[in-house]
Design a protein around this ligand. Structure first.
Ligand code: 5RP
Length: 223
């Protein structure tokens, strides 16, 4: 199976976790896009969605799914999103698509974070994927120094020669070379650096369930 077929398989499997007549939280990225396309098939059964990015909101609306402002939503059963890396313990690196802050906010409202990923995302230790950190632009240099002081190699994310800006107008630093032995501790440490908006570690509130696409079918990991 191709990686896209594995993503498609987990996106389909995630539909069973969507609660009828409710609002569902929706992530960002290629796997989340497959999920949105599946969600469109049952859109008459849900109230609507909260999006974790402008791109996701546009795709949801394109399918005729109503997009709610998170400020108007008090509870949500599930948040469904992809991952850049995930451990057998449910700690996740996210932010490859620069949507980490809104992803973490929407996930924090949901009772369950259902992570959907192809099998290549499962790792023994987080950190091979450079850890994304959303940062206030004026704090770029000081935050780079502080991230490097804890053993990383923080680099400004650039695309087509210009810094990538998040939906919130901030920059992304990708921290290379970290071996993340204690994700929850590192999450707190990096979030504590002044100028950091959010680190893309989801460990203190990680995934509750991961649907992992493998050649042998969709593997369900419960945490
Ligand atoms: C976006 C994310 C994505 O969920 C993550 O990058 C995985 O993306 P994909 O499903 O395309 O592999 O965190 O900020």
């Amino acid at each position: 199976m191709t990686q896209d077929e594995l993503k498609q398989a987990v996106a389909q499997a995630a539909i069973q976790y969507v609660v009828e007549n409710e609002i569902v939280g929706v992530g960002t990225g290629s796997t989340a896009n497959f999920f949105i396309d599946e969600l469109a098939k049952i859109k008459h059964k849900i109230k609507g969605a909260v999006a974790s990015s402008e791109v996701t909101a546009a795709r949801l609306r394109g399918h005729g799914i109503e997009v709610f402002d998170l400020n108007d939503v008090t509870s949500m059963s599930v948040y469904i999103d992809g991952a850049d890396e995930i451990t057998e313990q449910g700690a996740v690196i996210k932010g490859g698509g620069a949507a980490l802050t809104r992803e973490k906010i929407v996930a924090s409202v949901a009772k369950q974070f259902i992570c959907i990923a192809d099998g290549s995302k499962l790792v023994n230790m987080l950190g091979k994927f450079p850890l994304p950190v959303e940062v206030i632009p004026m704090a770029r240099a000081v935050v780079i120094r502080k991230l490097n002081a804890i053993g990383g190699d923080a680099r400004l994310r650039v695309k087509d020669g210009v810094p990538v800006l998040t939906d919130n107008g901030n920059i992304i630093l990708d921290v290379h070379g970290l071996q993340i032995n204690n994700p929850a501790e590192l999450e707190a440490e990096i979030n504590n650096i002044v100028g950091v908006v959010t680190v893309g570690l989801f460990a203190r509130q990680g995934a509750n369930i991961c649907l992992l696409g493998t050649e042998d079918g969709v593997r369900i990991l419960q945490f």
